[in-house]
Design a protein around this ligand. Structure first.
Ligand code: CA
Length: 379
């Protein structure tokens, strides 16, 4: 069997309402999807996390390494792609191009061998995971607190057991918003905060101490990803678990984060950090340090299903008769591409999402939806 085609599609969805976090605003969701076809007609789908148009160009760069190759040799193909990009992008967006191809190769491998990816990765340590709602972004709303409280209550009504909110506006505003959300959702729902590296060590320490008594599940990206020593020091100053890693790439980047004892929870993005192949290696590294992994997930059902299989395959840490539930990030912001691209749609049952048992990623991609959102690109 040989790879005959590697196609890329940039999909765009203009949002009805612009939303923002501590760094930037979003008025569009723009995503690069990869489709790999073989001479037998089987197809694999992948997705890259990051600037879609650049990821597409990255795939153009590595395409010659894939054509006419055996898709089952995904690790050797991964290595060739890595070597092709190493001199120019040891970290960053070309790793997302590799990730998109790698996920598509795993999907394809599953379809060729008629097995779900999590089984191919070595087995399913769990059959279901707990989604947490990622939302509660900022907006230009006149009464932001009221709007966020309503949104948080909606997630509780929908059955979410855990919710992540944005912080990073200012310490005083953050404290007021965290207080309002915690009061609205009660004490039984897990609540996490994410500043998208808005703060200095001093500010992050101040905010952590001010919100500790609101029972915060974790503080995500409190400080700049460049300041490993600040991550490490912050962990000694607060009882809130510290999370990060969505800006790291490949095993080498994660090794720095792990060796410096930066985080309690490692948030590898499968579609950015090197694909499922590299995420599995990063999981092994994290395991040697006893660090928990809850992947960063942002994008369509392709990225979400890749994460479901990866989490299913993660070794329990620590092992015991009654292992804790594992979490998966479930973005709830407006995104028509995510809602319509893949089938079946993602379903939460009693607060859990089941690990797909169909071959590959376990989803169908609707090519009419690809055409629809590709055609919305004006440039
Ligand atoms: Ca984040």
């Amino acid at each position: 069997m040989k790879i005959t085609k590697v196609e890329t599609f940039v999909l765009s969805n203009q949002l009805k309402e612009t939303f923002y976090f501590s760094q930037w605003s979003y008025s569009e969701r723009r995503i690069c999807i990869v489709k790999i076809t073989t001479d037998t007609g089987l197809i694999g789908w992948g997705e890259g996390y990051g600037p879609a148009d650049i990821i597409k160009e990255g795939v153009n760069l590595i395409r010659p390494l894939l054509i006419d190759q055996n898709p089952l040799e995904n690790e050797t193909l991964w290595y060739n792609m890595y070597r092709k990009t190493l001199d120019f992008a040891r970290r960053g967006v070309l790793a997302a191009s590799i990730s998109a191809v790698d996920v598509a190769l795993w999907d394809l491998k599953g379809k060729i061998l008629n097995l779900p990816i999590s089984i191919l990765m070595g087995g399913q340590h769990r059959k279901k995971v707990v989604p947490y709602a990622t939302g509660l972004y900022f907006s230009e709303s006149e009464n932001l607190a009221e709007k966020l409280v309503e949104e948080a209550k909606l997630y509780v009504r929908q059955g979410f057991k855990a919710i992540k909110m944005k912080v990073g506006l200012s310490i005083s505003q953050d404290i007021a918003l965290v207080k309002a959300i915690r009061q609205a959702i009660g004490t039984d729902i897990k609540l996490m905060i994410d500043s998208n590296h808005a703060y200095s060590l001093r500010e992050a320490t101040e905010l952590s101490r001010a919100v500790e008594h609101f029972d915060i599940g974790w503080f995500e990206e409190p400080v700049s990803p460049e300041y490993y020593h600040h991550y490490k020091e912050l962990r000694t100053k607060t009882t809130i678990p510290i999370a990060g890693g969505e800006c790291e790439y490949l095993r080498y980047g994660f090794q720095t984060l792990l060796e410096n004892d930066c985080v309690d929870i490692l948030q590898v993005d499968i579609c950015g950090a090197g694909g499922l192949s590299e995420a599995k290696r990063i999981a092994t590294l994290a395991n040697t340090k006893g660090v928990e992994i809850i992947p960063h997930v942002w994008g369509t059902g392709i990225a979400f299903h890749a994460a479901l299989h990866f989490i299913s395959n993660l070794e329990p840490l620590p092992g015991r008769m009654t292992p804790p539930n594992m979490y998966i990030e479930f973005d709830r912001t407006e995104n028509q591409i995510r809602e319509s691209l893949t089938n079946p749609s993602i379903e939460m049952i009693d607060g859990f999402i089941n690990i797909p048992q169909k071959p590959g990623l376990g989803i169908e991609v609707d090519e009419d939806v690809i055409r629809k959102f590709s055609s919305q690109i004006l440039t």
